[in-house]
Design a protein around this ligand. Structure first.
Ligand code: NAD
Ligand code: WQD
Length: 342
């Protein structure tokens, strides 16, 4: 019988790509999502790619009674991948309590249920945001975390601490925190991808929406940073590569290959690319000219960050494989599909 995995936030951007990879590897997936930042149609599109629609339960994981009722109904869940969270940095500054309640309470409810319903394995979506602006690049998993720039960023730090303390107290449980760098792109089928609500905050959706004519121009936030071309640098990682790392992390836990019962891995490519390089790569791979202008810095932005990936590469036997141009083309193909552009 195939192993059953609970994917929270499985209709969201990274979750949906991970459901595809899990199903393609033969796992039986149950998605929980409250659809606060995603659409139910995603399930049909997952089915178009994989030939199978995952089971689905719609509820809020911050609701303890509903979360317990879920585990009563699904006693065979062997592992949890926890994507569900609120993730808009700016909104978290306006509504900190919403972010702390949603992100922390959901995690605590799930961790309680692991003990109560004997689910031993847990994978969590953390973020390179926990490093702030590191003094030394690239960042390893041992690079010290810094004070968060936003309530959202702080939820990731506190969630990591909750996991770490819970694992110390419950040595029969196992968990992995994956620190994502900047996930971009879409599935090659263009059937699933990133669909932000309203005006995108993140760079790549803003680029593709500008190219599609939904936005007049992209504003590049600053060209006076201490980087080769003056724009900020990030480690942009293809979302399908990222999704595959979750399958590997789950297998590590299910097969007892983990070395500690709480482990942390960076998920990036190891390469820093600047905002201007990304724009050039987009134009080159898609043949679309992008309207953009340079404006002042965005408050709270860090100058540059990219991952040291050797620990994840060696320990997990996983490596990001897709290049920037291929990834940006996938983002554009998805945007065209969504907007009905030929
Ligand atoms: P997303 O918003 O597309 O997906 C999150 C999903 O969780 C959504 O479908 C939303 O409806 C659901 N959700 C939120 N709160 C819920 C709750 N209380 N109960 C049930 N469902 C709930 O976001 P994403 O980009 O796919 O991110 C997934 C995870 O990865 C998040 O934890 C995010 O913080 C983390 N992360 C994302 C990035 C990024 O740049 N996208 C980078 C680092 C970490
Ligand atoms: C990338 C670069 C911008 C938009 C955020 C969160 C972080 C993580 C990933 C979850 C920056 C520049 C952007 C635009 C621009 N999420 N930019 N014009 O800031 O690295 O990280 O998402 O954990 O926590 O903070 O990603 O895509 O917003 O920006 O010039 O219209 O693009 O200044 O240098 P960021 P981003």
């Amino acid at each position: 019988m195939s192993k059953q995995i609970l994917v929270t936030g499985g209709t969201g951007y990274i979750g949906s790509h991970t459901v595809v990879e899990l199903q393609q590897e033969g796992y039986d997936v149950v998605v929980v999502d409250n659809l606060s930042n995603s659409n139910i149609e995603v399930l049909d599109n997952i089915a178009k790619i994989t030939g199978k629609k995952p089971q689905f339960e719609q509820f809020d994981l911050a609701d303890r009674a509903k979360t317990e009722a879920f585990f009563e109904k699904y006693p065979n869940v062997e592992a949890i991948i926890h994507f569900a969270a609120s993730k808009a940095v700016g909104e978290s500054v306006e509504k900190p309590l919403l972010y702390y309640r949603n992100n922390l309470v959901s995690l605590m409810n799930l961790m309680d249920c692991m003990g109560k319903y004997d689910v031993k394995n847990f994978v969590f979506s953390s973020s390179c945001t926990v490093y702030g602006q590191p003094e030394k690049l690239p960042v390893t998993e041992a690079t010290p975390r810094q004070d968060a720039e936003s309530p959202y960023g702080n939820t990731k730090k506190v969630c990591e601490d909750i996991m770490s303390d819970t694992m110390k107290a419950n040595t029969g449980l196992k968990s992995i925190a994956l620190r994502y760098f900047n996930p971009i792109g879409a599935h090659e089928s263009a059937l699933i991808g990133e669909l932000p609500n309203g005006v995108p905050n993140n760079l790549v959706p803003f680029i593709t929406q500008t190219a599609a004519g939904l936005r007049d121009e992209l504003k590049v936030f600053g060209d006076d940073y201490n980087t080769p071309d003056g724009s900020c640098m990030r480690d942009f990682i293809n979302v399908v590569d990222l999704a595959k790392a979750h399958v590997v992390a789950i297998e590590r836990l299910l097969n007892d290959k983990n070395k500690e019962n709480y482990e942390i891995f960076n998920l990036g490519t190891g390469n820093g690319s600047s905002v201007l390089e990304l724009i050039n790569a987009f134009e080159k791979s898609t043949g679309v000219k992008l309207n953009y202008s340079i404006v002042g810095r965005r408050a709270g932005d860090i100058e540059k960050i990219w991952a040291e990936t050797s620990y994840a590469n060696n320990e997990l036997g996983w490596k990001a494989e897709k290049g920037l141009e291929e990834t940006l083309l996938s983002a554009w193909n998805w945007e065209k599909k969504v907007r009905g552009i030929k």
